[in-house]
Design a protein around this ligand. Structure first.
Ligand SMILES: *[C@@H]1O[C@H](CO)[C@@H](O)[C@H](O)[C@H]1NC(C)=O
Ligand SMILES: *[C@@H]1O[C@H](CO)[C@@H](O)[C@H](O)[C@H]1NC(C)=O
Length: 178
């Protein structure tokens, strides 16, 4: 788990409709930041976030073109989430495409800004499971006509935890005594 920090992945995603490739930061409390690609819509990638499991459809999820050109499946792109205590920046190939400010998310007396330690997840999944998700992911996958394997490639992952908020935890006591 990471509590604030920067994660970037160099990824070449799958372009088949219904296939979702994602980099997510997810806390146990339902806070979440995402970079996601969906098949068929190969000229865009999507950013999203949730605060305590709440997502405002049409507001929190945003679709981005590649500033440097290209598609999700023909090239590697670097997808970055720079999650700080005050703001979060999503970038593709070094270009900032979205900034979320903690200060602009004050609502009902609380900052609705993801702030809990989060798992870093890389995933490849079949979006066909329910109708809403199938529509969003341009599925469903036709498994009868399709090969039985879909692949997305990740060639580099860089995780830099913010040292002010993260401490190293290990379950190996020998390592700790060093
Ligand atoms: C999806 O929609 C179809 C037609 O509207 C319906 O028959 C089916 O039960 C739905 N499937 C799921 C998983 O919701
Ligand atoms: C990893 O990311 C950090 C923070 O963005 C950056 O300073 C560092 O140069 C990166 N390291 C590599 C090997 O790319």
């Amino acid at each position: 788990m990471m509590h604030y920090g920067t994660v970037s992945v160099e990824m070449k995603a799958n372009g088949v409709g219904g296939v979702v490739t994602a980099l997510c930061l997810m806390s146990r409390e339902g806070d979440e930041f995402d970079w996601e690609t969906v098949g068929k819509d190969i000229e865009h990638a999507q950013t999203d976030y949730f605060y305590k499991g709440v997502h405002k459809t049409g507001v929190d999820g945003i679709i981005h073109a590649f500033p440097d050109g290209g598609t999700i499946d023909s090239d590697y792109h670097t997808y970055t989430i720079e999650w700080g205590p005050k703001r979060t920046i999503w970038s593709i190939d070094g270009f900032t495409v979205r900034t979320l400010e903690r200060s602009s998310n004050f609502e009902d007396g609380v900052y609705k800004y993801p702030n809990k330690p989060s798992y870093i997840k890389l995933s490849l999944w079949d979006g066909s499971g329910c109708n809403g998700t199938a529509k969003w992911s341009n599925g469903p996958i036709n498994w009868d006509e399709s090969p039985d394997t879909y692949v997305s490639y990740i060639r580099k992952v860089n995780i830099t935890c913010n040292p002010e908020y993260n401490k190293v935890i290990t379950d190996n006591d020998d390592e700790l005594s060093d």
